[in-house]
Design a protein around this ligand. Structure first.
Ligand code: IMP
Length: 197
């Protein structure tokens, strides 16, 4: 029997790499999203609203089951910022981290630097149904950048229980991250709705 196809509704190559690594053992055929000549407007108010916009768009446009990831960093001391605006907080990834560290430089105690990552995965099926699952990862914002692997805020985020940033321990990130937790739930969901894919 031909394996079921799932389109990854994202152009972020880091997310694609992480999602493929996590999803590939399960026998679905994972396909990349085609390039679009325009940006999909993510005007939702929550991670899940934005994830649904992306997944539904691709599912309807290409008549395929689509899986999207909307994610970001929520910092307690900043009232939840950068939140859903994580990707464009200060500019590119490097500028985003610089702005974050600058805004938090007066917070000298690690306990004042609590943060968590959120990942919402939306699955939009060819038959018009939409599902969401969420994963979070608690931690702290480091005092300076450390490590050179990963992407986005990885060099400044230390997961709870580790005195290292995600950019220093990608093999741990793969197991405990917001995305890993959301994907685990997504896999269980996909198994349950396999006949709708
Ligand atoms: P999105 O493409 O709108 O979902 O934006 C996600 C943004 O959140 C990325 O550009 C990163 O800045 C940040 N982000 C999400 N997940 C991660 C992660 O696993 N590590 C580091 N930064 C992340």
């Amino acid at each position: 029997m031909e394996s079921k196809k799932i389109l990854l509704a994202t152009k972020n190559r880091h997310k694609i790499e992480e999602l493929k690594a996590l999803l590939s053992p399960f026998g679905w055929k994972i396909v990349d999203a085609p390039s679009l000549p325009y940006e999909i407007e993510e005007n939702g108010k929550t991670f899940c609203e934005n994830a649904i916009i992306k997944a539904r768009f691709y599912a309807e446009e290409y008549d395929i089951t689509a899986l999207s990831d909307d994610s970001g960093l929520v910092v307690d001391a900043l009232g939840g910022r950068p939140g859903i605006l994580s990707s464009r907080y200060g500019g590119d990834d490097k500028e985003n981290r610089k702005k974050l560290l600058e805004e938090m430089k007066h917070l000298r105690n690690l306990n004042e630097r609590k943060a968590h990552f959120v990942c919402c995965i939306a699955i939009a099926t060819r038959k018009g149904k939409t599902y969401t699952v969420e994963g979070t990862c608690d931690g702290y914002i480091a005092f300076e950048e450390r490590g050179n692997r990963g992407f986005g805020y990885d060099p400044v985020f230390m997961p709870e229980g580790w005195n290292k940033t995600f950019a220093e321990i990608p093999e741990i990130k793969e197991k405990i991250s917001h995305r890993a937790k959301a994907v685990k739930k997504a896999i269980n969901l996909l198994k349950r709705i396999e006949d709708e894919i």
